[in-house]
Ligand binder design. Sequence first.
Ligand code: ZN
Ligand code: ZN
Length: 145
Amino acid sequence: MLPPESSFATIDDVLAGMRQRGGRATPARRLLLGVLFRDRQHRSAEDLAGEVQALAPDVNISTIYRNLEEFVRLGVVDRVYFGGGPATYHLSSGRHGHLVCDSCGGVTEVPDEVFVELADALAVRYGFIADRHQFAVAGLCADCR
Ligand SMILES: [Zn+2]
Ligand SMILES: [Zn+2]
């Protein structure tokens, strides 16, 4: 069982949660969490590694990947795939879906209720359980139309 998302308000909350599960609060984890908390954009592991390495050049990208996996497992971070692109990561926030612009790559977060009806229809008609958070609609944003 994962704690509710709201239990991770600060970096120290996350690290405390990790310690309870036998994880260690390493300097690399602290840095990565700092980068995630500072900016809520949906970023790839490489983007995040670049930002961490700007602060601590000795942190290896494999460490970043491993820590992201751990954060996803703990429910601290959400992983979302857009189209064929790399996985993106952001701090777990309220449930939401994503609109992804094919032209500028911009991501708009949409409250979950927008997708509830669609998800219900998919479940009823196809027996398909949509993962509404990982759900991304491709198209053109208002600026690029
Ligand atoms: Zn656009
Ligand atoms: Zn998102």
